[in-house]
Design a protein around this ligand. Structure first.
Ligand code: GLN
Length: 272
């Protein structure tokens, strides 16, 4: 299929209420990497004013992090029709990247540092709890090996090596997984809770992670996987993306591996 005929709508959940620590970077990265392939991209903000039915237009979801207070406002708005459509889309395989506060809302519940438990959509089988205002936040660079199947295998085929993800986390809440698959295994950093070595979760084609908005610019192969999945779903035919010059991203990765004393992991191909 000729990429110039393709269109992609990125549904950005609550861009003003939920976009901490550079989360807009994920939306921009998807937009640019699709446009550089000649794909027509629309960024569709999905906020409090958006009628529920509009959520159906999204081919791919981006959801960012938020402070506890904003999460509560979002959760109140997301109940009912909006929640149902989002749930339906994710169940049907619409891909998405949900960061920090957003996955907390997709789980069973989030217990904030102060105040009442916020009920989530229950779409992902996990719970998140903040141990309280005096608890240490989980802050810093995070590195994890992507293990969720079939995502890990598909990425390995794409990049020709085990997919290692570099990110940045900043959260007070700790996530404890039920039956849902973790997204990956922590090499450096805290991940879901700083205890069990898991990071994020993967369900259908939804990526949940504590890694903030530099995630896709620093790991462009995940952005391309999301774009490819979205287009394949939308057009019901396999779509292949032309390679881009990712040398800058690669250099940033190499520098970060060096800084974190993980140079053994930095052997990765530039193009795929
Ligand atoms: N409020 C959540 C927490 O502290 C999410 C924070 C965030 O999205 N950065 O865990």
């Amino acid at each position: 299929m000729n990429p110039e005929q393709l269109e992609l709508t990125i549904g950005w959940l609550y861009p003003t209420l939920m976009s901490t620590y550079g989360d807009r970077g994920n939306a921009i990265c998807l937009q640019k990497r699709a446009q550089w392939r000649g794909i027509i991209v629309q960024i569709l903000p999905l906020d409090q004013q958006t009628p529920a039915e509009v959520i159906r237009q999204a081919d791919i979801f981006v959801g960012g992090g938020a402070q506890d207070r904003q999460q509560e406002i979002v959760m109140r708005d997301l109940r009912g029709a909006k929640a149902e459509i989002l749930r339906e889309k994710i169940e049907m395989g619409t891909p998405g990247v949900f960061t920090c506060g957003s996955p907390q809302l997709l789980g069973h519940y989030y217990e904030p540092a102060l105040g009442q438990r916020i009920e989530g959509l229950g779409l992902l089988d996990f719970v998140s709890k903040h141990p309280g205002p005096d608890a240490r936040r989980c802050i810093g660079n995070v590195v994890f090996e992507l293990t969720a199947s079939p995502l890990a295998e598909e990425l390995e085929t794409m990049v020709g090596t085990k997919p290692i993800v570099i990110g940045f986390e900043n959260h007070g809440g700790r996530t404890y997984l039920g039956k849902v698959a973790p997204l990956g295994r922590v090499v450096k950093g805290y991940g879901n809770n700083g205890e069990d070595g898991t990071e994020g979760a993967f369900y259908r084609n939804a990526i949940a992670t504590y890694s903030h908005g530099p995630l896709l610019p620093k790991n462009p192969f995940i952005a391309d996987w999301l774009i490819q999945k979205a287009l394949t779903q939308k057009y019901q035919t396999s779509v292949s993306l032309s390679p881009l010059d990712d040398r800058l991203a690669q250099q940033a990765r190499t520098a970060m591996f060096k800084r974190l004393d993980l140079t053994n992991l930095s052997q990765e191909p530039v193009n795929y």
